[in-house]
Design a protein around this ligand. Structure first.
Ligand code: FAD
Ligand code: DLZ
Ligand code: SF4
Length: 508
């Protein structure tokens, strides 16, 4: 009996579990460009174009290997525009009575598949290094789920950077050698760029016509769209940028959108690259003496530590995690997140490169946009949906822990032991944004004061009951308590004025 084999847009790996479970001789692969996915949030046009182009090439590669593939293009007349709808339609055409699907990375889609009239057999996605069972076992009985301890387990399990059962170099983590302020001039021209081929050009025309008003620049389009290109991109980065990755991991420079970052998350999350091959490439560079341990350890920690941990949090906590709002934040996301006017240079730079590339690196996401949203008390779900829409690497499973958890503290401290908040000082130290800003980072009050400086104290005071007892925040509260009451009053009233302007839809 024929079965359908569902391959979603972020499951473009030849070894993905549903394909491994299927029989090429009798089963039919189903892939579909559908509006239910493409409009679940207003995705960046580059993200939609990347996925559709990569899906089309992947389908062609499967056909070349002898698979029967029923592929639905967005503008196909019979398109039902939902994944379950396409499964029902293809089941009718082929007589299939069953579907095999690799578990999607979003509860919305998992439940849609569970409700599909054609029974769907979901198999766990084993492209990740930690299965649900492994993460749940690790999490069981722990008071706090701290990434660093999970990471050590993953190092032991994978053997990456391990020597005789001990971490290479004697330490698990070399971050004390990382995170330097930005270099004067950088010696890396950024990620490898690919000229659009015929498949990409066709998709670009489709996306331009179908999603004309989504936030984001569709062109110039330079992404890799198949695994061969993604591997060339990876090799280029390992040779030219990995050695300095750790040193400048937290740096931000005007006009430097990528610095030494790998820009692989889009490819990894869609399945064009595999987490293991990426770690092995980095480790091989270290063993060959081509990259220092601080860089390679820092990078491997992002992949087998943070990435796996964040996914574990999503599936361990379930759908209710996304609705959490521990700090009771309800403010609307300001227009400047969608390119609206702002005098805040750090936000303007981060949003502009997000619009152009559907990319921002971790510190821009965490300490610029994330920090601002948290300090200003934006509703966490709106923050989550913004990140989900604007980044080409964004899927629910990888967003939730980063937005609801890491940046917005909406989970009440599952991911972060204290909120990631800072005044303008941190941005000033790690970037050159403040040099070109309408506000002064040195100014703490008054019309030209950096908004981060005002909102930082206001946030701490609004949430004093919750955070004053946190030993890691005691110093901040002590500093506030030493300020003269008149100064405290000025900061609070100027912060209130700033928030009122945001509420009124005025530019800040
Ligand atoms: P590099 O800095 O070169 O790091 C290498 C890889 O490590 C990344 O490609 C990624 O796969 C992994 N990684 C590092 N940190 C994390 C993390 N916190 N969570 C998961 N993976 C991590 N990452 C996504 O893949 N998709 C997202 O939608 C996403 N949204 C984020 C939202 C917020 C608010 C924050 C703070 C972080 C988010 N991240 C997300 C994590 C991280 O910012 C991106 O993975 C990274 O910026 C991608 O760029 P890169 O490939 O150049 O990463
Ligand atoms: C993100 C996305 C978009 C924009 N479009 C499609 C699509 O048309 N067809 C498809 O199969 N997948 C798409 N995706 C990826 C899915 O939304 C993704 O599989 C789920 O969010 C689970 O991670
Ligand atoms: Fe951002 Fe403040 Fe610096 Fe301006 S002064 S760039 S608002 S941190």
């Amino acid at each position: 009996m024929t079965r359908l084999v569902l391959v979603l847009g972020d499951q473009l790996s030849p070894g993905v579990r549903a394909l491994r479970e299927a029989d090429k001789a009798r089963d039919v692969v189903v892939m579909a460009e559908v509006r239910a996915e493409a409009t679940s949030v207003p995705h960046h046009p580059k993200k939609i174009a990347f996925l559709f182009a990569a899906m089309r090439k992947f389908a062609a590669a499967l056909e070349a290997e002898g698979w029967q593939v029923r592929y639905t293009r967005l503008d196909d007349p019979g398109n039902t525009h939902s994944i379950p709808g396409e499964l029902v339609r293809r089941a009718g055409e082929t007589g299939a009575a069953k579907v095999i699907a690799t578990e999607p990375g979003e509860f919305r889609l998992i439940s849609a598949l569970q409700d599909c009239p054609v029974p769907v057999h979901l198999v766990e996605d084993d492209r990740f290094l930690a299965s649900h069972a492994v993460f749940d076992r690790w999490a069981k009985g722990r008071k706090a789920l701290r990434m660093e301890y999970f990471y050590r387990e993953m190092r032991r399990a994978t053997g990456y950077l391990m020597e005789d059962g001990q971490p290479a170099g004697g330490k698990w983590n070399y971050d004390t050698e990382n995170r330097k302020p930005p270099p004067e001039g950088i010696g890396y021209a950024g990620p490898m760029q690919f000229t659009p081929d015929a498949v990409v050009e066709e998709v670009l025309a489709l996306v331009a016509a179908e999603f004309p008003s989504n936030f984001g620049a569709l062109t110039p389009f330079w992404y890799a769209t198949d695994s061969g290109q993604a591997r060339r991109h990876l090799a280029h980065w390992v040779t030219h940028a990995l050695p300095r990755f750790g040193d400048y991991q937290d740096a931000m420079l005007t006009g430097e959108k990528f610095l030494y970052h790998s820009v692989i998350s889009t490819y990894l999350n869609a399945g064009l690259l595999d987490a293991r091959e990426v770690c092995e490439a980095a480790e091989a560079a270290w063993r060959a003496g081509a990259a220092p341990l601080n860089a390679v350890e820092g990078f491997i920690r992002q992949i087998i530590g943070w990435r796996e941990y964040i996914r574990g949090i999503y599936f361990h906590h379930g759908p209710e995690y996304l609705e959490r709002n521990a700090l009771g934040h309800t403010r609307d996301l300001p227009a400047m997140f969608w390119g609206g006017e702002t005098g805040m240079r750090c936000i303007a730079e981060t949003v502009a490169q997000t619009r152009d590339e559907a990319y921002a690196h971790h510190i821009q996401r965490l300490m610029v946009t994330g920090n601002f949203a948290l300090l200003a008390g934006i509703a966490p779900r709106q923050v989550h949906d913004w990140y989900l829409a604007v980044y080409s690497d964004a899927y629910d499973w990888v967003m939730a822990g980063n937005t609801i958890g890491m940046t917005q503290f909406a989970d009440g401290g599952v991911v972060a032991s204290k909120p990631y908040v800072s005044s303008g000082n941190y941005i000033s130290k790690m970037s050159d944004y403040c040099d070109h800003c309408r506000y002064s980072v040195k100014q703490k009050t008054g019309p030209g004061a950096c908004p981060f400086n005002l909102l930082y104290w206001d946030f701490l005071m609004r949430h004093r009951d919750r955070f004053a007892g946190n030993p890691r925040m005691a110093q901040m509260y002590a500093t506030w308590d030493r300020m003269k009451p008149e100064r405290q009053e000025t900061i609070r009233s100027e912060a209130a004025g700033l928030l009122a302007r945001l509420d009124a839809g005025e530019a800040v």
